[in-house]
Design a protein. Structure first.
Ligand SMILES: C[C@H](NC(=O)[C@@H](N)CCCCN)C(=O)O
Length: 425
């Protein structure tokens, strides 16, 4: 892989670099907690505020909708104003969104809150990855381990939101609002962590030890197309892999386990949650392994391979659900653990925000599209507990998309990810 021009993060102490990881991860924890805070209060919102299923769905869909365009602007802003400033700025936007969501008297206000939260949260995700790349780029700096730790703490945020009905039972007993106030408190924590990170980042950045932002340079649309071929393979893999994994795991898998494999709701939910829990531990472990071996693309290819294999095991064999769950769990840990460090190696540091922003624009459209197509296929085939074969078309669709993703991972490995490329970079 071609080395990118870079300031010298190696001159920043490891303690400071890991402190940045911890702070960025803490802000990510609040971000992921708020993202997943609607699911646990969905039933209360229906009972106490009379919201329909469509309204509940909209509270989450409205998060992705603006990002089909805006997250690219967010990425450009990260390159222009730097990761630290943008983590803080987007943390404040997320907090405003979380407060609106918790305190709005009606559905429209809540939806506006979720819209605002989505605008802040996706750009904060880019700023977090750029922050870690700033401090860990370069040989021997363990960029994949650092990104893995950041992602893992974010996943704990999602897991905490899922567990919040147990951990904060008293709040839930008082109705829909207190749990959302707790989510807003998590957003405050995010802002405090972002503020401290911004404070400690100023010294090394002013001393020129970190990549300088591109403030003052005019934005040129054509720049968007000037990433190398390997980047485009990574982008298509990102779209296809996240579209399948999120549309399946976050939307349809529980229902699929119930209707096709005969699990009850609690068993299906628990089976699904193991994927999440595994990712908390396995994502940093895989990141560490990649850094240690100095190899990324082969691991990415292996992670991308496991998804179609897992879907085939689910759809075509009577094997235990544990096998498919383990395979999805490894893929869900391995692919993000490698994808984002690899992105930071494929593009110049000053363009990382734009590069990830562009990936997430198409990714958000892909996730939305995959949800719609899968739902349409299930409805068309009348998928249900009495007609489990009705899910075949959805599984074939997910299978085909995941094979497309695997193909991109192979092309990426072939173009820029073989031993002679990676060990050079
Ligand atoms: C880092 C990566 N995040 C994304 O890809 C986001 N665009 C979507 C996250 C949606 C849930 N918060 C990841 O979380 O693996």
């Amino acid at each position: 892989m071609t080395p990118t021009p870079h300031a010298s993060p190696a001159a920043v102490s490891r303690t400071r670099a890991w402190l940045v990881v911890l702070l960025v991860a803490l802000s990510g924890y609040g971000n992921y907690y708020c993202y997943d805070a609607i699911g646990p209060v969905a039933d209360l919102l229906q009972q106490q505020r009379g919201f329909s299923d469509a309204q509940i769905g909209l509270l989450n869909a409205i998060y992705s909708l603006p990002n089909v365009v805006l997250v690219l602007v967010g990425g450009l802003l990260v390159d222009r104003f730097g990761a630290a400033f943008m983590t803080l700025a987007t943390g404040l936007v997320c907090l405003a969104g979380a407060l609106f969501t918790a305190f709005s008297p009606d559905f429209t206000g809540m939806a506006l809150g979720r819209l605002l939260f989505g605008i802040g949260a996706e750009t904060m995700g880019i700023a977090s990855l750029a922050a870690v790349a700033d401090y860990f780029h370069g040989p021997g700096r363990n960029v994949a381990l650092a990104m893995g730790v950041t992602l893992a703490i974010g996943r704990i945020g999602s897991y905490s939101a899922d567990m919040s009905p147990t951990w904060f039972a008293t709040a839930y007993a008082q109705g829909w609002q207190p749990p959302l106030v707790i989510a807003a408190v998590m957003a405050v924590t995010s802002c405090v962590a972002a503020l401290v990170y911004w404070g400690i980042d100023r010294g090394p950045r002013r001393a020129g030890l970190l990549p300088t932002s591109r403030t003052g340079e005019p934005f040129v649309w054509r720049d968007l197309l000037h990433f190398g071929r390997a980047y485009w393979y990574l982008l298509v893999l990102c779209v296809l892999w996240y579209a399948v994994i999120l549309a399946f795991r976050s939307t349809f898998s529980i229902k699929y386990f119930q209707h096709v494999h005969g699990l009850d709701l609690a068993e299906a939910g628990e089976m699904n949650s193991y994927v999440f829990l595994a990712a908390v531990f396995a994502t940093p472990a895989f990141g560490w392994l990649c850094d240690r071996r100095g190899r990324y693309a082969p691991f990415l290819m292996f992670g991308a391979l496991l998804l179609p294999v897992a879907l085939a095991v689910l759809a075509l064999t009577p094997w235990s659900l544990w096998i498919a769950t383990a395979l999805i769990g490894i893929s869900y840990s391995l692919v993000p653990a490698v994808m984002w460090p690899l992105a930071s190696r494929l593009v110049a540091p000053q363009r990382l925000g734009t590069a990830i922003g562009l990936m997430w624009v198409v990714q958000n459209a892909g996730i939305g599209g995959a949800n719609v197509v899968a739902g349409w296929l299930n409805d068309r085939a009348g998928a249900s507990a009495t007609n489990p074969a009705g899910y075949d078309a959805m599984m074939a669709f997910f299978g085909a998309a995941s094979v497309g993703g695997l193909l991109c991972a192979v092309l990426l490995w072939w173009t820029a990810g073989r031993r002679q490329h990676e060990l050079r970079g």
